[in-house]
Design a protein around this ligand. Structure first.
Ligand code: 5AD
Length: 349
């Protein structure tokens, strides 16, 4: 039974630890029953940090000066994919800013090569690309696409995503296009950006369910000093009692509620949560509903440049080191590392 609106709001506002223990328990039970104990690892390759968009929260936004930009070559990307295979991962995720220097044909060629040369599932996270690109990549063999809708509040969306005439933004429409093309579809939101209230988070959770998402990414908002939202904060402020905090606790509540709303979805314990709570953020996510981790396979020399939010590269570690640490953390929770592609079960239920 999905949660009612008033139950969702009740949990989002709950502060009593004993009561919250019940939410964690329910989310963990649903996770175990519906997607099992395996934690699937998705190797993240950040293929370009160029971006044409002006998202107010993101350190890659087009107006940012002083950030050195990079684009990985085909060979560099393929060698990251081979590293994923070597480390036993079943999936790679190619992510970038919205960069038209990364052409449709370039991505299609790489997807084809990965599908021919490796057993990997391929996930793309390349922004609001035209339908022709999305179709071309699906034909080339891409399995999944991630595009967070970021918030279901249209006013807040417009405030944090200034659209240009050449680039109008309609992420929900793209989710339906992706579904029609046969992709596994992923989306999600940040938690605690200024102007986000409890009602809007409840709308987000209901939207996850309505879209029947295969993948749901939830992380805390982490302010980046070199972004429009930090440099020119909008004047709207909510009363403190309405503003959702960008805490690890609030993020965990949204992860747990996502699991209850979409029990068969693949849900990562995100890097942003692991950065906000470096001691045990990863574990908290995994024990409160998440079943996926996305270790970073980007070559070290590019890591700091993919600067979407601060401290992202505090986890400066080679893929190899990260991998053995991660195995230990997962096994420490009594869970196992997933094998195979770890496809979504959401469309079968
Ligand atoms: N804080 C948290 N998450 C962020 N993202 C971008 N900027 C920030 C930030 N400042 C997230 C967006 C995007 C994902 C790749 O990173 O939600 O979808």
């Amino acid at each position: 039974m999905p949660l009612s609106r008033s139950e969702i709001l009740g949990w989002l506002r709950e502060s009593d630890e004993t009561r919250l223990a019940e939410l964690w328990q329910r989310a963990n039970d649903a996770r175990q029953k519906c997607v099992g104990d395996a934690v699937h690892l998705r190797g993240l390759i950040e293929i370009s940090n160029y971006c044409v968009r002006h998202c107010g929260y993101c350190g890659l936004n087009a107006s940012r000066r002083g950030l050195q930009r990079y684009r990985m070559s085909e060979d560099e990307i393929l060698s990251c994919a081979r590293e994923a295979v070597r480390l036993g991962y079943g999936t790679v995720v190619m992510q970038a800013g919205e960069d038209y220097g990364v052409t449709g044909q370039f991505v299609a060629r790489i997807v084809r090569r990965i599908k021919v040369e490796t057993p990997l599932a391929v996930t793309l996270s390349l922004g609001e690309r035209p339908d022709e690109d999305l179709a071309l990549w699906r034909d080339a063999g891409a399995d999944r696409y991630l595009l967070r809708f970021e918030t279901s509040d249209p006013q807040l969306y417009d405030l944090i995503h200034p659209a240009s005439l050449q680039n109008p933004s309609d992420r929900l429409a793209i989710q339906y296009t992706l579904r029609g093309l046969g992709y596994e579809v992923g989306s999600g939101v940040k938690v605690g950006i200024r102007g986000q209230n409890y009602d809007s988070l409840a709308d987000d959770l209901e939207t996850f369910r309505r879209l029947n998402l295969d993948m749901i990414g939830i992380g805390p908002y982490i302010q980046h000093p070199d972004t429009p939202l930090a440099l020119r904060p909008p004047s709207i402020t909510l009363p403190e009692s309405e503003q959702a905090p960008n805490s690890d606790l609030m993020t965990c509540k949204v992860v747990a509620l996502s699991r209850l709303m979409c029990p068969y979805a693949n849900i990562p314990s995100t890097t942003a949560l692991a950065i906000l709570n470096q001691e045990n953020g990863r574990e908290l996510g995994l024990s409160r509903g998440a079943n996926v981790v996305m270790p970073n396979l980007t070559p070290i020399k590019y890591r700091a440049l993919y600067d979407i939010y601060p401290d992202k590269d505090c986890i400066i570690e080679t893929a190899e080191e990260g991998n053995s640490q991660l195995h230990a953390r997962i096994e420490g929770l009594g869970r196992s590392v997933g094998t195979g592609p770890g496809n979504s079960l959401a469309q079968r239920h």
